[in-house]
Design a binder for this molecule. Sequence first.
Ligand SMILES: *Cc1c(COP(=O)(O)O)cnc(C)c1O
Length: 402
Amino acid sequence: MSEKLIYLDYNATTPCDPRVVEAMLPWFTDNPGNAASRSHPAGWKAEEAVKIAREAVADLIDAAPEEIVFTSGATEAVNLALKGVFEAYISKGRHIVTLATEHKAVLDTCRHLEKMGAEVTYLPVQPDGLLDLEILKSAIRPDTILVAVMWANNETGVIQDMEAIGKICAEKETLLFSDATQAAGKIEINPRQAGVHLMAFSAHKMYGPKGVGALYVSRRDPRVKIIAQIDGGGHERGMRSGTLNVPGIAGFGKAAQIAKMEMPQDAARLLALRNLLEASILKNVESVFVNGNRERRLAHVSNLAFKFVESESLMMSFNRNLAVASGSACTSASLEPSHVLLAMGLSDHLAHASIRFSLGKYTTEAEIQFVIETVKAGVEHLRSLSPVWEMYKEGVDVDALL
Ligand SMILES: *Cc1c(COP(=O)(O)O)cnc(C)c1O
């Protein structure tokens, strides 16, 4: 078992479901058509494949197929939504409201828009990662054109109350965007019902291929306008030009179809495994804390803070047997403490002591048992070397030293 990598980083990316790969293969070789070629059967076939995939992707979120714009992934979909709305609604206002705990795709796009003249309010979150709705209400102004709130957080799995947020945005007559990259295909989401007008998601977070995603854009009540950010042949009804990634889109469609069918069983199984992992670690290892609201949380995610332990050192102790994330995948290269955990009020020390375990449909109970033992051994070893831990055990108040 120790030879094989245990992959618990499904929030960074998921492997493709073999059924997805199978659905993609014909579009690489046997059927080479460009979905925009109207003059021959190869083009028509590709167009038909895209149509079927668009229906499956729309069906997953209970949208109309015309409300789906295919992109290269969630990052592009986020850029298209935020920049596209800013350009389209600039005569109404320049104010955007978002959360401090958003993914970098949203935060960096907001930074860019600030340079273009936008005013952005970054709302704090509560210690459990949830948005305080009163704070949202008071942040929305007459010139607010967009509120951007992620559906589920990639680092903690915390699920925002999108229906309540949608109601507030409807009352205040502002558009609502949601980055649902971690929620789509994992929990039931319905943007129209939640009052979400634009929503980004991605195939490779739901057992589809990398490099394909979608933006949902509401077509009625209200009909949302966005300005294209990539110009060219007018594909995707003018909202996103460029030859469609037919194999990728076919795979995305298959992944959406599978998710729709299997999501409830997968989530129930993963909830049990995640709870086993979490409960066993909390029981067997001292001074461990769960980051984020424990109820309003994706079933497959556990973000734990191991006090007095550097998560990077702990990961090193796993000897490359175990793939997990310290902080978010995007910030772990820079070794900055996670902006999400800091926004939830964790100290730099606790943020640096945190590890995200994200399970997926190929995770087994035997793997989880191995992970429990590995984590326990790693933490005990590192603490046995730590003078701060020793002082803590002797009763010294060490928090000031951290
Ligand atoms: C992974 C992720 C993204 C980026 O998605 P890509 O398809 O890789 O561009 C954006 N937001 C969240 C919440 C994510 O988890």
